[in-house]
Design a protein around this ligand. Structure first.
Ligand SMILES: NC(=O)C1=CN([C@@H]2O[C@H](COP(=O)(O)OP(=O)(O)OC[C@H]3O[C@@H](n4cnc5c(N)ncnc54)[C@H](OP(=O)(O)O)[C@@H]3O)[C@@H](O)[C@H]2O)C=CC1
Ligand SMILES: O=C(CO)COP(=O)(O)O
Length: 344
């Protein structure tokens, strides 16, 4: 039995707290809203984010970060990418020992273009950081909290740390694999949200399954193209954190990214969609970051570029789809062809 702090009392922090409590760990669920934490402690429900499930007594809500982290060696960081630096800056003010930080967020920081594990290493000094582990994969909080079968991947530069986290989370409903490829795992998890937004848009426009299959496969091609150049293992993109998460996010009504895209496809304005969602839609900021990464690494990412124009340059969604379809003709395996031509 371990004492674990989960930082972020939204959908995913709450669902992962349920998994850890099921595994007989003592869970300290920290959130910054007093009313929500009070409600969790008094009613054993998170009414705003996961109203359907009852939380066990093993999950205690905290608003005081120092209290939540007192005598704790493992912190699960479950806030949106945008909030990660702020939370870490508060964390290091209240701890005096090393933490294993498990991050479960899916994003890339625009402008700095850092992955989350890189942000953690930038913000947390070495004397306070034991290891960084990323836990990622096809896993909607709504299904995990109902104990429906789910598979994810635990990834770290330190295999022992990845295996330790695998052991903490793994149970009959929640199967955890390990993968040493942190870059591939983080890039796949973050960039699938871009493609899910695009898939929501084509569904909102009334296009069918052909369009969605095209987005998933061509989306995977551009994610893998960028991720491999950044140092990810190409095989990771055919795994849980690549195609697996892409499928679940592009095809599920649970996905906030898909739902946001769907409303955009139906003609709503981005500001209205985000305001009404009430939960994080990571894909919007990640589209900006991926657009910048594509320029930095000189990689073709046509779907990302089309979505960037919709989100940030007021391009009509229908025009964006039309311009994707009218791109200059090419070979499906253009990257492989280029590689083999360069070899011969
Ligand atoms: N939901 C899911 O199924 C999954 C989500 N993820 C990833 O997990 C991350 C978190 O997502 P999720 O839980 O779904 O998001 P939600 O929008 O459901 O919840 C986010 C939580 O973070 C809190 N928060 C926001 N900013 C801060 C801050 N500065 N300090 C403290 N708390 C803050 C929010 O508080 P407030 O109520 O004030 O907004 C809210 O409690 C995302 O990166 C997402 O991609 C990964 C896998 C599955
Ligand atoms: O990452 C997720 C499922 O694996 C959740 O996706 P959304 O953030 O789009 O809801």
């Amino acid at each position: 039995m371990e004492r674990i702090a989960v930082l972020g009392a939204g959908s995913w922090g709450t669902a992962l707290s349920i998994v850890l409590a099921d595994n007989h760990h003592e869970v300290r669920l920290w959130g910054h809203r007093k009313e929500l934490i009070q409600q969790i402690n008094e009613t054993h429900r998170n009414q705003k984010y996961l109203p359907e499930v009852e939380l066990s007594d093993a999950i205690k809500g905290y608003t005081d970060l120092a209290e939540a982290l007192n005598s704790v060696n493992i912190a699960v960081l479950a806030v949106p990418t945008k909030a990660i630096r702020e939370v870490l800056q508060d964390v290091i003010k209240v701890i005096d020992h090393k933490l294993i930080i498990v991050h479960v967020s899916k994003g890339i920081e625009p402008d700095s273009l850092l992955r989350i594990s890189e942000i953690i290493k930038e913000e947390v000094p070495e004397n306070l950081l034991q290891d960084v582990v990323v836990l990622s994969g096809p896993s909607h909080a709504e299904e995990v909290s109902l104990r429906q079968p789910t598979t994810v991947t635990s990834s770290s530069d330190n295999l022992e740390a990845a295996e330790h986290i695998q052991d903490l989370f793994m149970n009959q409903h929640f199967r955890v694999y390990t993968n040493p490829d942190v870059i591939g795992v983080e890039i796949g998890g973050a960039l699938k949200n871009i493609i899910a937004l695009a898939a929501g848009i084509t569904d909102g426009l009334g296009y069918g399954d052909n369009a969605k299959a095209a987005l998933i496969t061509r989306g995977l091609a551009e994610i893998a193209r960028l991720g491999s150049i950044m140092g990810g293992n190409p095989l990771t993109f055919s795994g849980l954190t690549g195609i697996g998460d892409l499928i679940v996010t592009c095809t599920s009504v649970h996905s906030r990214n898909w739902r946001a895209g769907n409303l955009l496809g139906k003609g709503q304005k981005l500001e209205d969609v985000l305001e009404n969602m009430g939960m994080v839609v990571e894909g919007v900021r990640t589209t900006k970051a991926a657009y910048q990464l594509a320029q930095k690494y000189d990689v073709k990412m046509p779907i990302t570029e089309a979505l960037y124009d919709v989100l940030f340059n007021d391009k009509e969604v229908k025009d964006a789809v039309d311009s994707l379809m009218a791109r200059v003709k090419t070979h499906e395996m253009e990257d492989l062809v280029n590689i083999s031509e360069n070899r011969s």
